[in-house]
Design a protein around this ligand. Structure first.
Ligand code: B12
Ligand code: SF4
Length: 584
């Protein structure tokens, strides 16, 4: 194809976790219960926005195509036809989260089949970890390693246009004419993020230009629930043992020794560009206090100056002190705190890698309420070192105690969910499971790709622990969900009707997961597969909001008083004015 026939220089594609989830029968269970995505993880990496902005500023044409959202919204969507209608020099596919191992690779295969002359490039932190395996697939041409690729994508596209040598592009894995895989030096590790930003105006107008609102949506229900992430840093200064985004991971795989934070001015500009269009909540990711007092207070001063009326959710790794909370409340009138103590048991929490006490957590809740917090959200997890089923139920009891103390204020919410679907590659536990009491079922990318096709989440899980087998994780997940449901009813957070409905759903989901176990004992493969296929409708039903009810999570957003995002009105206005010109 001649260069002039390419409408785009780059199309950034986000695949569903499993391709094609519309046909396969899989009970994903609660694997995505605590994120706004459905079980096919339709959220695309926030970095799509900063790559798009960088390339647009260099005069290149970029499109974002959230294929996962489009497939969810239109069950009859003909993906091959859609991809066939889009001509691009390069298709960039993220393999950021390992749970996309199946979908991303399958979509790459499809793109190459449809557009044999276009180039397929992979990136993201899982692609970084598995770059050798990624490059072994014949339909993937390039893979970028590292957490920052904005200028690298520019270099790749320019090099493709000019036909010059690829050796000069840092962090790039590529194939030479003989088909040998070349791993360029990993030398681009920016230690300042001044040029990294998302221009929301550009995103909204690109959606208009491409007449494709859904292709740019971060997740399906975003229009009703427009929560948007603002990432403060790249890398992390912490070392939680089960996390594949820890300090050790970034050191080993991204060459980053410590987290680098964006400047308050840069973050302020992004927030300004966003709040012109959206009045939904902003989720600040990356604990601002971990970058020192001076930085955090400077950032909060910037927020104060901007007079942000949106709700801001501060995701913190440690409970903020009273002084820190005072600064937050002075800067942001509508603030919320999100903390993950992971377990009520301080020893389990320590083994996870978080070092704070329950007393510190409780003091934080008390102070935050006194300072007018909108909501404190506490997240607990199942599948941790030394965590038994009794310990999981102990966490439910602790939540009962916390709600007993704070529920009257209606400011505290508690959630529990399993560590799923995967223990993160590159985490300390993944690299040395036995030493931490874990057993790994899958290690390679290909093994995880196959695992995602298993009929239920129990078999998708890539681990079990000495204290909780896979069955134990499933049992503890549903039983703790029942426990949480009861205490939320007891403390008036759920109405009896809501609690009854949720209880029925949890019990049905648990029973259904056992039903799948039984079907798997059927020896005849055709009979087994037919039976599984006939269960698809229920499998889909029990893959959403079982351990945590999404409505419960969204309720915290409802009180944020979200109106329809401003940008939708802008879009409708432009579409309407365009149409009125056509029709006079
Ligand atoms: C922010 C965050 C989130 C946000 C996502 C916001 C967003 N839209 O990106 C939320 C809260 C929604 C989230 C959810 C999940 N997360 Co998360 N998340 C993080 C966190 C804390 C920071 C990530 C970050 O800094 N990103 C910024 C940079 C690094 O990435 P980026 O700008 O998006 O992209 C750059 C590069 O990655 C690369 N790149 C990315 N994609 C592509 C594609 C191409 C073609 C190219 C060339 C380059 C490229 O270039 C970009 C620009 O420079 C990390 C922990 C950490 N410290 O890393 C965990 C982390 C990434 N998440 C993780 C997980 C497991 C999840 C969930 C699966 C959890 C779950 N079961 O629900 C879900 C998946 C949600 C989905 N996709 O639907 C794991 C991933 C481990 C792994 N290897 O799979 C991590 C490492 C740690 C953890 N356990 O939380 N997460
Ligand atoms: S879980 Fe721990 S190590 Fe991972 S990103 Fe969060 S604070 Fe950092």
């Amino acid at each position: 194809m001649s260069a002039n026939n390419y409408k785009y220089d780059l199309v950034l594609l986000h695949a569903p976790a499993v391709y094609d989830f519309r046909k396969t029968s899989i009970m994903f269970g609660p694997i995505s219960d605590v994120v706004p995505s459905s079980s096919i993880f339709e959220i695309y990496p926030i970095g799509f926005g900063s790559i798009a902005r960088h390339l647009k500023n260099k005069g290149m044409r970029v499109r974002i195509l959230n294929l996962a959202v489009k497939m969810l919204l239109d069950p009859k969507l003909d993906v091959e036809k859609l991809l066939g209608s889009i001509k691009s020099r390069v298709f960039g596919i993220d393999l950021h989260w390992l749970c996309h191992a199946h979908g991303s690779v399958e979509v790459a295969k499809l793109v190459k089949k449809i557009h044999p002359y276009s180039k397929v490039v992979f990136g993201g932190i899982s692609a970084t970890y598995y770059h050798k395996e990624v490059m072994a697939y014949p339909f993937i041409d390039y893979c970028f390693r590292g957490d920052s690729t904005e200028p690298l994508m520019e270099q790749l596209i320019t090099t493709l246009k000019n036909g010059k040598n690829f050796e000069q592009i840092p962090n790039l894995c590529w194939k030479n004419e003989q088909g040998e895989i070349i791993y360029n030096k990993f030398s681009y590790i920016p230690d300042e993020l001044e040029n990294i930003q998302i221009d929301y105006k550009n995103i909204f107008f690109s959606a208009l230009r491409d007449l494709d609102l859904s292709g740019y949506l971060p997740f399906t229900s975003w229009v009703d629930y427009p929560v948007t992430a603002i990432v403060l840093s790249r890398g992390c200064n912490y070392n939680c043992n089960v996390c594949g985004g820890s300090n050790d991971f970034y050191k080993e795989h991204c060459g980053r020794r410590k987290a680098v934070y964006r400047t308050p001015k840069n973050i302020g500009e992004e927030i300004k560009s966003l709040t012109r269009f959206i009045n939904g909540p902003l989720l600040l990711i990356g604990d601002l206090f971990l970058n020192g007092k001076e930085y955090s207070f400077e950032l909060l001063e910037e927020f104060k100056r901007l007079k942000i009326s949106n709700q801001i959710i501060f995701e913190v790794s440690l409970p903020p002190t009273k002084e820190e909370l005072i600064h937050i409340s002075e800067a942001i009138p509508r603030f919320n705190i999100l903390l993950s103590p992971e377990s009520h048991d301080e020893r389990v929490r320590n083994l996870f890698g978080r070092h704070f006490t329950n007393k510190e957590t409780e003091d934080m809740i008390e102070n935050a309420i006194a300072l007018g917090v909108g909501r404190v959200d506490l997240f607990f997890m199942i599948g941790l070192p030394e965590q038994t089923k009794e310990s999981v139920m102990g966490t439910v009891d602790y939540c009962d105690y916390l709600l007993g103390r704070f529920a009257k204020s209606k400011k505290l919410s508690v959630y529990i969910s399993p560590l799923s679907p995967f223990l993160d590659p590159g985490s300390k536990v993944f690299e040395n499971p036995e030493a931490h009491g874990y057993k790994l079922f899958y290690r390679t990318l290909e093994e995880h790709r196959q695992a995602l096709l298993q009929p239920s989440w129990k078999y998708i899980l890539n681990y079990e622990t000495k204290w909780l087998s896979r069955d134990g994780i499933v049992e503890s997940s549903y039983e703790s969900a029942l426990g949480m449901n009861k205490i939320k009813l007891k403390h008036g957070l759920f109405t009896p009707k809501q609690a009854k409905k949720q209880e029925e759903k949890i019990l049905e989901a648990y029973a259904f997961s056992k039903e799948i176990d039984k079907v798997l004992t059927i020896k005849d493969e055709t009979e087994r597969n037919n039976k599984l296929q006939s269960m698809k409708r229920h499998m889909d039903k029990y893959s959403r909001s079982t351990t945590c009810n999404m409505k419960d999570l969204e309720w915290s957003i409802m009180i944020f008083n979200v109106r329809a995002p401003k940008f939708l009105r802008v879009i409708f206005f432009y579409m309407w004015s365009g149409l009125s010109k056509v029709f006079g």
